[in-house]
Design a protein around this ligand. Structure first.
Ligand SMILES: Cc1cc2nc3c(=O)[nH]c(=O)nc-3n(C[C@H](O)[C@H](O)[C@H](O)COP(=O)(O)OP(=O)(O)OC[C@H]3O[C@@H](n4cnc5c(N)ncnc54)[C@H](O)[C@@H]3O)c2cc1C
Length: 387
């Protein structure tokens, strides 16, 4: 059996490793010519880490992961700690430490695990079609490839999704822009083994450690979609937007490298439950594009990959049965995470200012129990974290 995977992001590569482990011949096609992910880092929550462990990457991901011993929320302007609590109860409950990881390093780890030389870079898929004997992908350079199945892991703007759903869909702007990057750890911003989040005015500024003595940082700034932005001007923009925030935030703004700070408008997509058409299926952001507010988009893509492996393990010679099993295993779970993230996004970014004010009040009384319960709720329910 031969599978073609479109997209060498974390979803496509996880799926490639997962299918290869079953002895399926896998070819990966990626439009870009080099490993240059958009975004600095992600938090791989325990469900994502367990998927990577399942794929044989336990040592590798642990080597890239930052150690988060505690979490804290800090009042935006005063810098007062609203709450601080240990992550240990979460680790004990779900049986795995989460790892914030630099994106480029995660990508490279996955590429090496699959086989860097086996990825066809510079191949932009322009169409996919299905036949009784195989599905065929056409690339912008005029070449084609045919396989028993095609997995479209081609991200949030997926063309494969258009094929599967029979037409384009409109994504929803979530109302804010995320600036992110990496800086050297500086305890003036936050403790070295803490995930610190400054909150106020429906905004967030957050730092968490990744390997190599670095903080992954992000700023959330509610603003209209398509607001003008000059590349490289992150420091001036953030200095103006966060002028009256606490000294730790000012230290972060001074430390960041504006030329390496990413600016991303945040969108998501209503969940949909058709992920498969014939021999073609979507996976990762192509199937469930979420806001990053619960840090589960990439983890969910990794869950897709494991679920796809289980489906082909259980239906080894039957592509329609395997893809049907994959779809049945995933759409509800992934859709629920999208909606949870949307709900969290609205509270965090003051869609209803009173609800957000209430959340800030709750943070002052928090001992970690409620927040950890929420995170555990996100983690549980996938193929490697059954409830
Ligand atoms: C600001 C931000 C923060 C986030 N934080 C987290 C987090 O903390 N934790 C978490 O789990 N998730 C997080 N996410 C979500 C996570 O980044 C995505 O869910 C994840 O990258 C999805 O992986 P993917 O492989 O499906 O898609 P992508 O990573 O987008 O990869 C798709 C790949 O397909 C390629 N491609 C696209 N079209 C074609 C084509 N036509 N032909 C060939 N190749 C094509 C692209 O070049 C790309 O390499 C965050 C997202 C954002 C925006």
């Amino acid at each position: 059996m031969k599978a073609v995977i479109i997209g060498a992001g974390m979803g496509g590569l996880s799926a490639a490793i997962a299918l290869k482990q079953l002895g399926i011949e896998v070819e990966v096609y990626e439009q870009v010519t080099e490993n240059k992910p958009v975004g600095a880092a992600i938090s791989v929550w325990s469900n994502g880490v367990k998927c990577l462990n399942h794929l044989g990457l336990e040592r590798e991901v642990a080597a890239l992961g930052g150690i988060v011993e505690t979490m804290s929320y800090v009042e935006a302007k005063t810098g007062d700690t609203m709450c601080r609590f240990s992550m240990q109860p979460l680790i004990d409950e779900v049986g795995q430490r989460p790892y914030p990881v630099a994106r480029a390093e995660l990508q490279l780890m996955l590429m090496n695990a699959y086989g860097l030389d086996d990825i066809h870079f510079g191949k932009k898929m322009i169409s996919v079609s299905d036949g009784s004997d195989g599905a065929t992908v056409e690339f912008a350079d005029g070449t084609t490839v045919t396989a028993d199945l095609v997995i479209g892991a081609d991200g949030a703007k997926s063309r494969t999704r258009e094929y599967v759903l029979g037409g384009p869909v409109t994504r929803r702007y979530a109302g804010y822009v995320n600036f992110n990057g990496l800086v050297e750890i500086d305890e003036a911003i936050g403790p070295a083994t803490e995930w610190t989040t400054y909150v106020g005015d429906g905004r967030r500024v957050s730092v968490m450690p990744v390997a190599g003595g670095r903080f992954y940082f992000f700023f959330d700034v509610p603003m209209p979609e398509g607001a003008p932005y000059e590349r490289g001007s992150a420091r001036e923009v953030l200095a103006a937007e966060f002028a009256d925030w606490a000294p730790g935030v000012q230290t972060l703004i001074a430390a960041l490298d504006p030329s390496a700070t990413n600016r991303v408008e945040i969108l998501d997509l209503d969940p949909f439950h058709t992920w498969v058409k014939g021999r073609v299926a979507v996976l990762g952001d192509a199937a469930h594009n979420t806001t990053p507010d619960i840090g589960q988009g990439g983890c969910s893509a990794m869950e897709d990959a494991v679920a796809l492996q289980y489906a082909f393990r259980d239906h080894p010679d039957d592509v329609p049965a395997a893809l049907a099993a994959y779809q049945a295993a995933r759409t509800e779970r992934a859709g629920e995470l999208v909606l949870r993230a949307r709900k969290r996004c609205d509270v965090t970014h003051a869609k209803d200012p009173e609800k957000t004010a209430q959340w800030y009040r709750e943070l002052r009384d928090e001992d970690g129990t409620n927040i950890i319960r929420g995170i555990v709720g996100n983690i549980m329910g996938g193929p490697v974290t059954p409830v």
